[in-house]
Design a protein around this ligand. Structure first.
Ligand code: AMP
Length: 307
């Protein structure tokens, strides 16, 4: 019997996994999901970074591996996830983002949940065509704190600081001419060195090799919820809402990540790429419409570097 069962013997209503290729929009849609369902967002990249900052032995090993740009070993990630899902705020369910990332991790997760008579209830797959991923990485601007914006990609937000029609520009050594600033944190937005088509090609390849087997694994359990994300952000959200059976959210408004964190009672600070919260009767000015898609297998024959 697992620790959770020994203490509470709960059967959580929603145990959701979100999957998508790099830049597919998991970070954009996850805050919507956790807000709608009032469950915490368990972003493993963020959890590992925090374990590194906390200086735990496993966290320090994870930090070194992340710095080297390799995946953290399964035993470390599995343990960090298992500890986290035993926390009180996961009592009604949780959203896993970035885990499981390979078939072995999904088997460990299933076995762990089975100790409490639980299963993954939904595996949400964001379908993204390759051209959308390319456009995303070539137009993504990132704040130091992790918020992600775009100068020209429907899936992400455009910052208010970028005047219509202006060329996006921001360099750390020339901030007086910067026109890409985080609306919420006021940090300068910078282009990440690894946001290029070559790195995208490598990451998409890894996604296919390692994460497609996770989709196959859950297909057998009948819990895959495919979403065509190559459409406006609110339509994507509407489809996600429908497949997850979340309560209707009449309208949406952009809010700061911290507001979202407080709203769901999550102890961890979200580093996520986005921070949309859905608020009734809210204005939507400044909201970038999202287009999220997962590469289809046919797309992958297409060379990534020719765009
Ligand atoms: P992300 O924020 O999802 O891009 O993750 C950042 C880094 O965290 C990755 O490059 C990996 O080193 C590590 N990481 C996140 N999730 C996992 C996972 N499920 N398995 C192994 N490593 C992970």
């Amino acid at each position: 019997m697992c620790a959770l069962c020994a203490s509470r013997c709960l059967q959580r209503a929603k145990i959701i996994v979100i999957l998508g290729a790099p830049c597919a929009g998991c970070g954009t849609q996850s805050p919507n999901i956790v807000k709608a369902l009032n469950i915490p967002h368990l972003d493993t990249g963020n959890m590992l970074r925090m374990a590194g900052l906390a200086g735990t032995p496993a966290g320090l090993i994870a930090a070194t591996m992340m710095k080297e740009g390799v995946l953290v070993t399964d035993d470390i990630v599995n343990k960090i996830v298992q500890d986290r899902i035993n926390e009180a705020d996961c009592a009604n369910g949780f959203l896993l983002d970035g885990y499981p990332r390979n078939a072995a991790q999904s088997e460990v997760l299933d076995k762990y949940l089975a100790g409490n008579g639980e299963v993954v209830t939904d595996v949400l797959v964001l379908n993204v065509p390759l051209e959308g991923l390319k456009q995303c990485v070539t137009h993504r601007w990132t704040a130091d704190g992790g918020d992600e914006w775009t100068s020209d990609y429907l899936a992400f937000r455009v910052p208010n600081s970028l005047p219509a029609g202006a060329e996006p520009y921001c360099q750390l050594d020339d901030l007086k001419n910067c026109n890409m600033w985080d609306d919420w944190t006021h940090e300068p937005l910078l282009r990440r060195a690894d946001d290029n088509l070559k790195t995208l090609a490598e990451r998409v390849k890894i996604f296919h090799l390692q994460t497609y087997p996770v989709i196959d694994h859950y297909k057998a359990q009948g819990v895959i919820r495919d979403v065509d994300a190559y459409q406006q952000e609110r339509k994507v959200w509407a489809d996600i809402n429908k497949v997850l059976g979340a309560p209707p959210m009449p309208d949406l408004q952009v809010v700061k990540p911290s507001s979202l964190t407080e709203a769901v009672g999550v102890s961890q600070v979200l580093k996520t790429t986005s921070a949309f919260a859905f608020v009734a009767a809210a204005a939507i000015a400044g909201l970038a419409m999202a287009v999220l898609v997962r590469p289809r297998s046919g797309d992958m024959a297409e060379p990534l570097l020719d765009a």
